[in-house]
Write a protein that binds this ligand. Structure first.
Ligand SMILES: C[S@@+](CC[C@H](N)C(=O)[O-])C[C@H]1O[C@@H](n2cnc3c(N)ncnc32)[C@H](O)[C@@H]1O
Length: 291
């Protein structure tokens, strides 16, 4: 695991956000996309990563690791759709404050229609957020929410930075941790759940992506070599593989009501089953509510 405190969009953990954007761009280019992200391709083009990443299904086919992009774009589309629905359900229930943790190049603040008065905070590394905002600005993107980027490390005192940016702990909040937990050291993950609980007014909601298996454990050496060929980084150096309390159990202990949905089920329900190899990662999307 890198101990760098900061990274940008083409280095360290930052490049994983670019890979997710590439997957969303590839999905968006399909004739029958599960989700549409009009900003994803531009992020990839503007970042100029050391190893070129595809922005269309045709480019993905030409990469030589077509199965990687096919599996990944299907899964990313399934999870993006599931968490889009999470925010839209929360908005329909009257929640007007959201926090996207480790937002990377997630463009939900700009893609989704938010009810008037909604505030969306996004936490990530400052250089990642700066890049995202520059590219969005250049495209004339406008958010229907009040968008508040908070550039802070989630291993530091992010809660103080969030409150300094105007987060209101008296208002129910919809929180999201998507594509984050494997990158956090155990003590930072533990702190994350405690802080979210401390900052959550009754009625708050929290969606979390969890994996039963890391990429490498599920797919072996070939996956690691694939990650180097695909992203130019060895993904196993970025993630933590120690045993941890399951997020659903942590939240239940804190008094949240949880519902765990295997990503495989969501994918099958959309007629886009996950590949057998990808299913071995045991992705589960946890949806929690604080009474
Ligand atoms: C795989 S990307 C996911 C991005 C986004 N949630 C999405 O799904 O498109 C991981 C993100 O986590 C962020 N991240 C990981 N550890 C972090 C930390 N300690 N502090 C702030 N951001 C972090 C990275 O910068 C990166 O943007």
């Amino acid at each position: 695991m890198s101990t760098d405190q900061q990274w940008d969009i083409v280095s360290g953990i930052g490049i994983t956000a670019l890979a997710v954007a590439a997957a969303r761009a590839v999905e968006t280019s399909r004739p029958d996309p599960l989700i549409q992200d009009p900003y994803a391709a531009r992020f990839v083009e503007e970042a100029r990563p050391p190893v070129p990443l595809p922005t269309t299904a045709a480019e993905a086919e030409a990469t030589g690791v077509q199965h990687y992009w096919s599996d990944t774009s299907t899964y990313i589309a399934v999870r993006t759709g599931a968490f889009d629905d999470f925010f839209q359900d929360a908005a329909a229930a009257g929640i007007t404050q959201a926090v996207v943790l480790a937002s990377g190049l997630d463009a939900r603040a700009f893609r989704l229609q938010w009810p008037t008065g909604t505030v969306v905070h996004e936490i990530d590394q400052p250089l990642v957020l700066d890049f995202k905002l520059r590219v969005l600005r250049e495209q004339g993107a406008a958010a229907s929410c009040e968008h508040r980027p908070v550039g802070v490390d989630l291993r530091d005192d992010w809660a103080t930075a969030l409150e300094a940016a105007g987060f209101d702990r008296a208002r129910p909040t919809a929180w999201l941790a998507e594509g984050l937990l494997p990158y956090l050291p155990p003590e930072a993950e533990e702190g994350l759940f405690q802080e979210i609980h401390r900052l959550s007014a009754p009625g708050s909601r929290f969606a979390v992506e969890t994996f039963g298996n890391t990429w490498a454990a599920a797919r072996g050496k070939e996956a690691v070599q694939g990650s180097v060929r695909t992203l130019g980084v060895d993904i196993t150096e970025l993630i933590h593989t120690d045993e941890r309390t399951k997020p659903a159990d942590r939240l239940a202990d804190l008094g949240w009501q949880t519902r765990s949905v295997p990503a495989e089920e969501t994918a099958a329900a959309h007629g886009r089953p996950l590949s057998e190899e990808f299913a071995k990662r045991e992705a589960v999307h946890v949806f929690a509510r604080l009474p």
